[in-house]
Design a protein around this ligand. Sequence first.
Ligand code: MG
Ligand code: MG
Length: 279
Amino acid sequence: MRSIYKRPEDIAAMVPAGELTRKALDAVEAAIRSGITTLELDAIAEETVRAGGGIPNFALVPGYRHTVCASVNDAVVHGIPNRRPLEPGDLVSIDAGAKLGGWNGDSARTFLVPGGSPERIAEATRLSDVTKASMWAGIAKLASAKHLSEVSGAIEDVIVAREDEDGLPLGILEEYAGHGIGRDMHEAPEILNYRTRGRGPVVKPGLCVCIEPMVTSGSEEVGEDLDGWTVRTLDGSLGAHWEHTVLVHRDGIWVSTAPEGGREGLAPFGVVPVLPAGA
Ligand code: MG
Ligand code: MG
């Protein structure tokens, strides 16, 4: 079995794949508006990945043929791009990845299509913000954690604190988790978004992982659509999903799918990203 810890030269080689994944999501973000379809967003992401010399790695997953997953409103993850025009107030999670030079990037962002009722905007913004905040707390924890369970705990703590603060529910998906990444998009280990017994694998140089909280504005109960992919809340509450690829190396951590290695997102935690040697 392949080690979950990569060699320094492998970590350096993963940086460009992360950058290309970020560019694909930047292009999607620039294009998102009311009236555009998620299939059109998928095409934009695919063009960006191919123009950068990469391969859409989601299309390498057996049975899937798109560049992104697009999960709208009560869909949380794994939504299939379709022809329905986005509407004001839609909450859209776009998950994208690129394979470049044999290595993978994987990242997701949640967008609110401008418009919608004030109540809708408040619910969607709260959910997306707390999901993103929990992701950054988990990523920052990688800079100091001894075991991966600390990362899971950091993610859960942010979500539970917000739930308590607001007196409103939030649900953390339990059947879906973050993962290792490298030559394959999905590798060991699994990174849950909540605390469990056990410390998990040691965090040390060579660990390359995707941190990806998936959170609802209601219950954590979800089900899969008949399409065999789309994961949707059972209570109709909204879902949000944020994800970054993070490289743990000898000199620090680098978020390969974020601008400047995640400088802005890590700043509140006093963590300064360091580019891996040789990248
Ligand atoms: Mg992803
Ligand atoms: Mg992932």
